[in-house]
Structures are given as C-alpha cells and as structure tokens.
Design a binder for this molecule. Structure first.
Ligand code: TRP
Length: 331
C-alpha cells in the first residue's frame, strides 16, 4: 500500500513566496510519491483566532492558496480538520497517555510561561488549556490516519517528538496499534530571505506576497536590501538577497548567466530587481487570477473540502474503531 504523508496547515494571513518555496512547493512534490493528506488546522487556529469572521476568511484564503498553486484535490486528500470528529475522539484517548510534564516542556507553551514569569505575572496568565494541549490534538491529527511521514518546519520538530512519544506509550500498553510517524524537517525554509535578509516571515514584516496586485509585489521587491556597490563593481551573488530569491524561480541557465554577471561586474541592482519582479509575475499572474476566482466562489471551496473530509474519514474510521476496541470502550 502507498505510504501516507500528512501535514496540517495553520491558516495565517497573506501567503508569501517564503511559504510557497518553503512549504507549499515541497509538499506538492511529496504528494507525487505518497498518498498525501493535507488539511487546514482550523481548530488549532482557534487557540488564538477568536473572531468568527476572521477564522472563516483565513480558512478560505489558505484553501484557495493551495488550490491556486497547484494542489489537485483528486489526488491529495484536502480537508478541514473541523470536519473530522474522530480527531477529537482520538485526542481524548491520547491525552490519557500524555505525560503532563511533556506538555509543560513544549516550546510554544513554555515561551508564554517564561514571558509571564519574566514580567512578574502569574505563570499561566492568559494561557487557555487549548494552547496547553495543542500538541495532543496535533498527535491525534497525525495518528488517526496511520501517517508515515510528516513534513514540517523546524519549529514543529518538538511536536512531532511528542507525537511519537505518545504513540509509543500507547503501543507499549496495547501492542502495535498506532503507526509511528517520521518527521521530515524542512531546513530549506530558513534560507529564503525576506527583503531585509532575515528569514521571510510575516512577523518580520519583510515578505513578498504571492497574490497581491502587481504594484504591491513590486513595492517590496524594490525595497530589497542591497549594499552600495555600483553596477560596474564585481559582486558576490551569494551575498545578494535579490539573487537568493531569483535563483528559486529562474531556470538553471538564467541563474548561471546571472551568477557570472555578478562576479564579472556590470549588474545594476535596480535592473535585477525589475527582472525578479517580472519573473514573479510570470510565475504567479495566472495563479493569482485563479486565487481570486476561488475566493469569489467560497461554496466551491466548501464543496472541495467536504469531499476531502469524506475521503479522510474513510481512512480514519477503521483506525479509530481499532483504538476503541483495544482500549475497551464501546466498540
Ligand atoms: N502545528 C502546525 C503548525 O503550526 C500545524 C499542524 C496542526 C500540523 N496539526 C498538524 C502539522 C499535524 C503537521 C501535522 O504549523
């Protein structure tokens, strides 16, 4: 049987080219070799997004983003976490096999506790239990489908370790029931700089958006930080943030030619920025149209996600039934 790869996508605002290169593109590649299950982690988002309209809107945006960028819902099982009630059933069962200390040490939770302590506040101030048990829900997302491989960013590595730990504890008690998943950590994402040279991230305000109107793509491209070398000066392409982005989109010959031009001298940063912009337009213009069309037809998005949920539940149901049976609750 085909191996299963699964990942959860937290709905966060405007997608940028760092998301595309770091997560979306590799995930779509991986889907060629595995049965892929990709889902919108809307219940995870609820730990922080408490506005109904915003949560709905973010969910549609991320759904339209993945579809516009090439996810084929006939091949990838693409669904919304909140359409799978079995996730919660399993989440409870797993919570009974999760050492509380493991969650106390989870980075996301611990970071807020540390902030509270540093500010002289009560240590659990403003922390809801959903934030605390976030890793258990994530373990349920993964283990419910017999997942083999989970592609995630470095920030999720610890969550994967918790998932494995919980699954091993469960299996230690009941035998080999749950598949132990492997994390595939994407390091690539670290090397895609934002316009200021730090990792591209919404929180650094240094992104180049994918689906914004052209002038709003051009603006950040023009602001990419460079040194003050003149066009005729020889330059090191590896030091240039424009080049670091360009090389992910241009074909190999064009990249080689540019590399030479940098080294020999004769390249103006302004012209290079213009070229990068045009390349981004050529890459994303038709995808932007598709994105906008999908956002104008959210009924269609709902339909696609519901169909995905049906397929996902067909995989989940027998695994959940087995869990119920081995633990000794109503089967
Ligand atoms: N926690 C992940 C993130 O913030 C999203 C996520 C939820 C996830 N459930 C998952 C990722 C299961 C992989 C597998 O990015």
């Amino acid at each position: 049987m085909e191996q299963i790869t699964l990942t959860g996508i937290k709905p966060t605002g405007q997608p940028h080219i760092g998301n595309y290169l770091g997560m979306i593109k590799p995930a779509l590649e991986l889907a060629k070799d595995y049965q892929a299950l990709y889902f919108i982690a809307d219940y995870h988002a609820l730990t922080t997004v408490k506005n109904k309209k915003q949560l709905k809107e973010l969910t549609y945006q991320v759904t339209a983003t993945w579809l516009a960028l090439g996810l084929n819902p006939d091949e990838v099982i693409f669904y919304r976490q909140s359409d799978i009630p079995e996730v919660f059933e399993l989440s409870w069962v797993l919570s009974c096999f999760t050492a509380k200390g493991l969650l106390n040490r989870a980075h996301a939770y611990k970071a807020i506790v540390d902030d509270n302590v540093a500010a002289g506040r009560e240590e659990d101030k403003n922390i809801n239990i959903g934030l605390f048990t976030y890793p258990v829900l994530m373990a349920a997302d993964i283990l419910l489908f017999g997942t083999h491989v989970v592609p995630v960013g470095l920030d999720q590595q610890q969550h994967l370790e918790i998932t494995r730990d919980v699954a091993l504890t469960f299996n230690g008690n009941y035998g080999n029931v749950l598949t132990i998943p492997e994390a595939v950590i994407r390091k690539e994402v670290m090397t895609i700089p934002g316009i200021d040279g730090r990792k591209m991230s919404k929180s650094y305000n240094n992104i180049i958006p994918i689906f914004a109107p052209p002038n709003q793509v051009l603006k950040p491209v023009k602001r990419i930080l460079t040194d003050s070398k003149r066009p005729e000066d020889p330059k090191d392409p590896e030091e240039c943030h424009i080049f670091s982005i360009y090389r992910h989109f241009a074909d190999a010959d064009a990249v080689a030619a540019k590399r030479e031009l940098y080294i020999e001298g004769g390249l103006a940063y302004g012209a290079m920025k213009q070229e990068l912009f045009e390349l981004l337009e050529a890459t994303f213009a038709d995808k932007r149209d598709r994105y906008n069309a999908l956002m104008d037809n959210t009924d269609e998005l709902d339909k696609i996600l519901e169909k995905g949920a049906e397929k996902a539940r067909a995989i989940a149901a027998p695994i959940m039934a087995k869990v119920r049976k081995v633990v000794g609750v109503s089967a």
